[in-house]
Design a protein around this ligand. Structure first.
Ligand code: CTP
Ligand code: CA
Length: 226
């Protein structure tokens, strides 16, 4: 009975998770996107809800079912995601940015379908807002957790993102590795935190990994002090 009486680590807390890819429109029938499946973000949201958090999942276009106990908000573009996260930010205790946000979007979004022409073509792009960096700049009390997908120099780039975005943790995975990242149901990550904190996890199913990641971070952080 004692086991069930143990208070949940995230009871009374609000956790906002972003997941999936974003879509940046070119014209009414075309867009730029990436290979994110949304699975890791959905697993993080499921784990947060299990741990007792009020959980809001801001999701790019994916076909995954909404996890039990989670409120899902669908968005399309990086800008939509930025607006949705901003609306939840002040009341959030923890923000987890699992989404693979597009770094660039087309400068011109054509209102009619573009017709093909003779010869080649170029697409002019501009940068989207870095949502995590924006959250890092405007942080008041929130715990900020980012992800990083890298194909090389994982530790170097992850630590750089931790600093640059003023995040509390960066969870990095090597997407060049088979069975880790994107479409996979398993993942293998290393967590980087302030003050040189570093911990690697074995390859495991994404939900199990999400539970362990949240367990680790929430035991290290005493949210009551924030
Ligand atoms: N991120 C974000 N907004 C963006 C781009 C990235 O919030 N426009 C967040 C991601 O959700 C993730 C973290 O930043 O939590 C790292 O994303 P990643 O793509 O690995 O890093 P970038 O800073 O975009 O750098 P690069 O793609 O050049 O490696
Ligand atoms: Ca990026």
């Amino acid at each position: 009975a004692d086991y069930f009486a143990r208070p949940k680590l995230l009871a009374g807390r609000k956790v906002v998770v972003t997941a999936g890819p974003t879509r940046e429109r070119i014209d009414p029938v075309r867009f730029l996107t990436n290979f994110s499946s949304g699975k890791m973000g959905y697993a993080m949201a499921e784990a947060a809800a299990e741990m007792g958090a009020e959980t809001v999942l801001i999701s790019g276009p994916v076909t995954l079912p909404v996890p039990k106990g989670v409120q899902r908000i669908f968005v399309e573009s990086a800008e939509d995601m930025l607006n949705a996260v901003n609306a939840e930010y002040e009341t959030a205790d923890v923000v987890i940015k699992t989404a693979a946000v597009a770094d660039y979007r087309p400068i011109d979004v054509h209102s009619q379908k573009m017709k093909k022409q003779a010869g080649g073509s170029t697409l002019e792009l501009e940068r989207t807002t870095d949502i995590l960096q924006h959250l890092g700049k405007t942080k008041t009390h929130q715990l900020l957790i980012g992800f990083a997908a890298e194909t090389n120099d994982v530790g170097h780039y992850a630590k750089d993102k931790l600093e640059r975005k003023n995040a509390d943790y960066i969870i990095a995975n090597d997407v060049s590795e088979a069975q880790a990242g994107f479409e996979s149901d398993t993942n293998r990550v290393t967590v980087y935190g302030k003050g040189g904190f570093e911990q690697s996890f074995e390859m495991m199913p994404k939900l199990e990994l999400a539970r362990r990641l949240l367990g680790l971070i929430m035991e290290k952080e005493d949210l009551h002090d924030r």
